[in-house]
Design a protein around this ligand. Structure first.
Ligand code: PAF
Length: 295
């Protein structure tokens, strides 16, 4: 589900509108929509890196009016220290969005988004019972609440998400289906540093020593894919666990091999099924996630 980058090349907009309230944002988008322009949306929590900017460029090529949001959503953090330490870089984020060709950025406060607590409880069945959902209870409910609110405010035609957060994309697709929302979810390939490390706002919090070790995550995942032809699913999982144990700085939280559509852990390689390996590991205090398709 990716768009062709060459579809509609456009020049970046010279002016980017910055809005902080829901009312102003809706007022700004009303004439855009009534002119028949399509809206592409990139929701973010800021601390923007090349991965986010790639999503903005994809939105720019696929739609007429590109909106980004920057909102560190408190209700998706199950670790208060993580929320407190989440990098906030508003000024440089705004600059990067302008350069990437964004037309409007929505920068709400917590009070603007949650004037009263939102107690919606979603049912994602199996999708949030494994991996991130299992180790970060309540996380995906918090993500779904904020993404639903953002979709209701922006009413995008297409919304762009990075596949690094593979389970998040699957859950948002499920939410859109459940709520019959008229938005196309575009899943975009993970953007990596030259050494293979998946780009993430959390990478900024790694020490230089940790940063030098971090690419081992992608190296191990790539090694696991190479073993698919010769080893069983159980053997590949054991191999990955051993590889992480060889690097004492890592604490592996989980490595799962799941069906890409249902997120149900698989027990054997089945031809024709899309199968993905997903990992979460602590490097010192920083929790990193990544994934790879078994092709
Ligand atoms: O992936 C993220 O940055 C966040 O989970 C999202 C989708 C912006 C919701 O807060």
């Amino acid at each position: 589900m990716t768009t062709n980058d060459n579809e509609r090349p456009k020049a970046p907009h010279p002016v980017m509108i910055i809005l902080r309230t829901i009312t102003e944002t809706k007022q700004h988008l009303l004439p855009v929509r009534s002119k028949g322009a399509t809206i592409g949306f990139v929701p973010t929590m800021g601390a923007l890196h090349e991965g986010h900017l790639t999503l903005i460029r994809k939105a720019r090529n696929a739609t007429d009016h590109v909106v980004a949001s920057i909102f560190v959503n408190p209700i998706q953090f199950n670790n208060p220290e993580d929320l407190l330490k989440y990098p906030r870089e508003e000024e440089s984020d705004i600059h990067k969005l302008k350069e990437a060709g964004c037309d409007m950025v929505f920068l709400p406060s917590v009070e603007e988004m949650y004037p009263v607590p939102d107690s919606t409880v979603f049912d994602f069945g199996q999708l949030d019972k494994v991996m991130e959902g299992k180790f970060r209870p309540g996380h995906f409910n918090g993500v779904a609440i904020v993404v639903k609110k953002l979709f209701e405010i922006i009413e995008p035609d297409q919304a762009f998400f990075g596949e690094k957060d593979f389970q998040q994309v699957t859950i948002i697709q499920d939410m859109v289906r459940q709520l019959h929302m008229a938005v196309r979810i575009v899943a975009c390939e993970t953007v990596r540093e030259a050494d293979g490390l998946a780009m993430s706002s959390r990478n900024k919090r790694l020490t230089p020593e940790e940063r030098a070790i971090a690419p081992a995550i992608h190296r191990i995942l790539s090694g696991a894919v190479r073993l698919r032809r010769s080893r069983s699913v159980r053997q590949v999982k054991e191999w990955v666990q051993k590889e992480f144990q060889k690097v004492p700085a890592f604490t592996l939280e989980y490595f799962e091999i799941v069906n890409a559509d249902t997120l149900v852990p698989v027990e054997k390689w089945t031809a024709g099924d899309r199968i993905v390996g997903c990992v979460a590991a602590y490097l010192g205090k920083i929790r990193l996630i990544d994934n790879i398709e078994f092709i």
